[in-house]
Design a protein around this ligand. Structure first.
Ligand SMILES: NC(=O)c1ccc[n+]([C@@H]2O[C@H](COP(=O)([O-])OP(=O)(O)OC[C@H]3O[C@@H](n4cnc5c(N)ncnc54)[C@H](O)[C@@H]3O)[C@@H](O)[C@H]2O)c1
Length: 241
């Protein structure tokens, strides 16, 4: 029970990795408020759209009100926009930046004073291996995840003196709807495509959501008490190709 009495807010809580993060935090004793657009079956939940600026600004305060405190924020929600730059529309740019970059920025900005006032906390952002080592054909996604990585490194330095640790998890490929729908839109069978992808990973398989959630729990817990601004790659030994 590494997170007994801790109160956590998780974005993208209905998604593949988000559900695993909620379960892992709960299993460690934390009280969790999940947020997503819909489909949340949790005791504490807040439904809304992260591209709504006012919603993001109000989320940490609303979660703190529901749970009577806020110690952990996990900025997990994200979208992937595929295709080279000639295919990227203005709307793709706006949506990718709104959800992947502006929402974590707004949520961190609102959460930090609350955490500082109660003696500290931990923020775990979700970047990507592709945010640290950009891959091809996803210009919007890689730049958005690089922005999350930079934001994390900067906040990690700026708020350590308030006992607020800000770190990021950087997954490579994870078996979630995000990756499976990508295969489907390309007309591929997701199970077959994942089998092929598994063969490209030195550990023999792409990550399951729980592999990422366990690292999020570590970064949220005192076991990572001396880590501030770290970008933790979780990749099964596979480099970005
Ligand atoms: N799956 C992967 O291979 C992979 C790899 C590296 C990083 N990541 C990152 O991990 C995080 C979680 O991804 P996942 O694979 O679980 O994806 P997912 O699509 O299964 O879940 C993402 C969740 O975010 C929510 N979300 C998206 N837009 C939203 C909005 N406007 N308002 C509110 N909620 C919104 C979705 O509803 C969904 O529940 C993302 O930030 C993603 O970029 C995923």
């Amino acid at each position: 029970m590494r997170l007994k009495h801790k109160k956590a807010l998780v974005t993208g809580a209905a998604g593949g990795i988000g559900q695993a993060i909620v379960s892992a935090l709960t299993a460690e004793g934390a009280l969790v408020t999940g947020t997503d657009r819909a489909n949340l079956r949790m005791s504490f939940s807040i439904e809304g759209d992260l591209s709504d600026k006012a919603f993001c600004d109000s989320l940490p305060g609303e979660a703190a009100r529901l749970m009577d405190g806020l110690d952990i924020v996990v900025n997990n929600a994200g979208i992937i926009t595929r295709g080279d730059i000639s295919q990227a529309t203005d709307l793709d740019f706006q949506q990718t930046m709104a959800i992947n970059v502006e929402a974590p920025f707004r949520i961190c900005r609102a959460a930090i004073p609350l955490m500082a006032a109660s003696g500290g906390g931990a923020i775990v952002n979700t970047s990507s291996c592709w945010g640290v080592h950009p891959g091809p054909n996803h210009p919007l996604y890689v730049m958005s995840k690089a922005a999350v990585a930079s934001l994390t490194q900067c906040l990690g330095m700026d708020h350590a003196h308030q006992n607020i640790r800000v770190n990021a998890v950087c997954p490579n490929e994870v078996n979630t709807p995000m990756i499976r729908t990508g295969f489907e839109t390309r007309g591929l069978d997701p199970d077959k495509a994942i089998d092929e992808l598994n063969a490209s990973v030195p550990l023999g398989r792409i990550a399951e959501p729980e592999d990422i959630a366990d690292v999020v729990v570590f970064l949220a817990s005192d076991q990572s008490r001396y880590m501030c601004g770290a970008l933790l790659e979780v990749n099964g030994g596979k480099s970005v190709q």
